[in-house]
Design a protein around this ligand. Structure first.
Ligand code: SAM
Length: 323
């Protein structure tokens, strides 16, 4: 895995867990830990200026993120001091880039959601937090050990969820015929991760025992698996499918989406790719007709880990053309 020990100046993103405290309550807890909020006006500055401020944060300062209200930014050196808040579920140590997938889900109360590759549960937890548990979430993961760790994390964070440990490609879609959103965050090369975080729950399950395979071969294998996951997802007929990875490679991202549409010619009559966040600065790669509708994140542009996200929105019945 590349970039594991990057020397780039780094910051720490945390996400408020609304299931354990409100924003005001968390800010009080931070005050007790002697942190001060650095203020800025979103109206007065550009994102580039925000990046400069974030990188100049002192060890006892924090900012509220420029894009996401539930994300706070700290100097990386502050991480240790935040540990009690992480341990009691007040916050999650979650890179801002992951939140792109949550934003892309266009969450609304009472939604029925499946998180198909959910362990260790970071995104499930973010969904439940943003919806204050007013939703039905099926959290599934094939890996039993990771699944058990996920259940511990979700319980600690106060998340209400239904869980299963199945190979997603083997699940009978007719059992979940009314999904509003299907989140697909399958195993990937993890090549976008700028720096591995020390918390074990941030291990992205990328089967690193395959170390002896070279990166290219490994990504090709992962891309086949990712395509199989997407291929299975179509049968669920969810209103929205959100596909994401923390890989920086096109082969695991845009190319997989293109192949999906190539292999399923009728898919364009069922789903369209939409841009879930027009204000986001970094876009998909490749010359595909949909590339600019995909979201990407990286250290240079968005000051985050590398991330990719693509949204397939089901077309309204009357818009669907006969095949
Ligand atoms: N969404 C998680 C989060 O935000 O915490 C991270 C998911 S991690 C990138 C990918 C997960 O996919 C791993 O936990 C792995 O066990 C799971 N996985 C791999 N193949 C799967 C399959 N066929 N069905 C279900 N889960 C699978």
């Amino acid at each position: 895995i590349e970039n594991e020990t990057s020397n780039d100046p780094w910051i720490r993103y945390i996400r408020i867990n609304y299931l354990k405290n409100s924003k005001t309550e968390l800010m009080k807890k931070l005050e007790q830990l002697e942190f001060k909020q650095r203020l800025y006006s979103k109206h007065d500055i550009q994102f580039d200026q925000f990046k400069t401020i974030a990188l100049s944060l002192a060890i006892d300062e924090y900012l509220i993120d420029y894009h996401f209200e539930d994300v706070f930014v700290f100097n990386d050196e502050s991480t240790k001091k935040l540990t009690p808040l992480y341990e009691d579920g007040s916050i999650a140590m979650q890179d801002k880039s992951s939140l792109l997938a949550i934003e892309a889900m266009n969450l609304e109360e009472n939604m029925i959601i499946m998180d198909a590759c959910a362990a260790p549960g970071m995104k499930t937890s973010a969904i439940a937090s943003r919806l204050n548990n007013s939703c039905t979430i099926y959290a599934n993961d094939k890996d039993k050990k990771r699944f058990n760790d996920m259940k511990i994390l979700l319980k600690r964070n106060g998340v209400r969820f239904k869980s299963s440990t199945e190979d997603f490609t083997q699940i009978d879609p007719t059992k979940y015929s009314n999904l509003d959103c299907l989140l697909l965050d399958p195993s990937c090369s993890g090549s976008g991760i700028n720096r591995r975080l020390e918390y074990t729950h941030q291990n992205h399950g990328d089967q690193s025992t395959e170390e002896n395979l070279n990166i290219k071969k490994r990504c090709e294998n992962l891309a086949k698996f990712q395509l199989a996951i997407l291929q299975s997802a179509i049968a669920f007929q969810a209103k929205r499918i959100v596909y994401c990875t923390c890989s920086k490679y096109q082969i695991e991202n845009e190319d997989v989406i293109e192949k999906l549409f190539e292999m399923n010619l009728d898919l364009k009559n069922q789903y369209e790719i939409i841009d879930p966040m027009p204000e986001w600065p970094l876009r998909g790669q490749g010359n595909y007709s949909f590339s600019l509708k995909c979201l990407r994140a990286d250290y240079e542009t968005t000051m985050t880990n590398g991330f990719f996200c693509c949204v397939l929105q089901r077309l309204q019945q009357q818009q669907q053309q006969p095949s």
